[in-house]
Structure formats: structure tokens, C-alpha cells
Design a protein around this ligand. Structure first.
Ligand code: IMP
Ligand code: MG
Length: 178
């Protein structure tokens, strides 16, 4: 079993690099099938964790799409949510009438997603949809329109996801094991 140590914690593999690629590809295909007006589409990635997933989704879509990023934090250096969402960096794009697709690494409580959805609606977006790679479905307050895989309650790292800012560069997904 593949195991690594990050700071004080042990992580074991949950999805191999190939399994992760398959999850991402299936999710990208779902988006491609259901979104036809790519001219009006604005992909907004959530920094920092959403970057690898955003790249793969964006490269899989046809047409001339607009891409931007926002930065939101709720976890700090912990393995649990602080319950409070902070927007550290906003988009400067004019979102009026646009079809926004939020692209994030993972939804846990759904607070970040709900906060961002309301934020983009208040900026005049015509529609706001949500795409996340992983989905914990805990005390969920926001359902994603697109997601890669449900993962239960595990805390995971890799492919953008971090523990205390470490592990974002891992090509597989590992879960906390002690
Ligand atoms: P929420 O607002 O509780 O849904 O938290 C979502 C954010 O918390 C994600 O965008 C991640 O940045 C972070 N997060 C949630 N679960 C994990 C995890 O298992 N590993 C790493 N980061 C996580
Ligand atoms: Mg995040």
C-alpha cells in the first residue's frame, strides 16, 4: 500500500493516478455534454486547490471560454473546516448575464460553494453552477451540478488538495489514515 507522511500525519492511497484520471475525464465529459453555449461560459476556479482540476476541465472544453480565479479559505492549516468562509481574492470580470461554472477541488460542508454562488449572483451572473472533483456530502448546504466522485468523510490530499499547504503536487489521491 502506498503510504506517505506529511508533517505529523500518515496518508495512504485512495485513488491511483490512473483512477484519478478516469474520474476527471468522466466529469469533464458530463460538462461537455450539457454545456452548449461556451461563448457565454465563465469558468471560475477556486485557488489554490482547484488549479489542476480547472486546467483539465478547461482543456477538455471546446470554444472560447473565459477563465478566472477567486481565492477562498475555510480550512486554515487544519483537517476540519473553520465554519467561516473568507474571500481573499475576487474576480474583476464583468459577470452580468454570464453562465458561471465554479470549479473547486472538493466540497465538504458546502459553505464555500454557497458563499461563492451567492457572491456571483450578487455580481449579476445569469446562472451559477458548481463543479467539484470530490464531494463529502457531510452537512451539505449546496449540491454540485457536476462532481467526480463521492468520498465519504475522508480528509484527502493530492492533485491540488493540501494538508497545511503540503501535498498539492501529488499525482494520486491519498487519505488520512490515523
Ligand atoms: P467547505 O466550505 O466546507 O465545503 O470546504 C471546502 C474547502 O475546504 C475546499 O475547497 C478545500 O479547500 C477544503 N477542504 C475540504 N475538504 C478537504 C480535504 O479533504 N482535503 C483538503 N482540503 C479540503
Ligand atoms: Mg478549496
Amino acid at each position: 500500500m502506498k503510504t506517505i507522511i506529511i508533517k505529523d500525519k500518515k496518508f495512504t492511497e485512495l485513488f491511483s493516478e490512473q483512477e484519478l484520471k478516469d474520474i476527471v475525464t468522466l466529469c469533464a465529459q458530463k460538462i461537455k455534454r450539457t454545456i452548449n453555449d461556451t461563448e457565454n461560459l465563465v469558468l471560475i476556479g477556486v485557488l489554490n486547490g482547484g488549479i489542476p482540476f480547472m486546467n483539465d476541465i478547461a482543456f477538455s472544453l471546446p470554444g472560447n471560454i473565459t477563465i478566472d480565479y477567486v481565492r477562498a479559505v475555510s480550512y486554515g492549516d487544519n483537517t476540519y473546516s473553520s465554519g467561516k468562509v473568507e474571500l481573499l481574492l475576487d474576480t474583476q470580470l464583468d459577470l452580468r448575464g454570464k453562465d458561471v461554472l465554479i470549479v473547486d477541488d472538493i466540497i465538504d460542508t458546502g459553505r464555500t460553494a454557497k458563499f461563492l454562488k451567492n457572491h456571483f449572483i450578487s455580481k449579476g451572473a445569469g446562472s451559477v453552477r458548481l463543479c467539484c472533483l470530490f464531494y463529502k456530502k457531510g452537512t451539505l448546504v449546496e449540491e454540485p451540478e457536476y462532481f467526480g466522485s463521492y468520498i465519504g468523510d475522508d480528509f484527502i490530499v493530492g492533485y491540488g488538495l493540501d494538508y497545511a499547504q503540503k501535498g498539492r503536487n501529488l499525482k494520486n489521491i491519498l487519505k488520512l489514515s490515523d
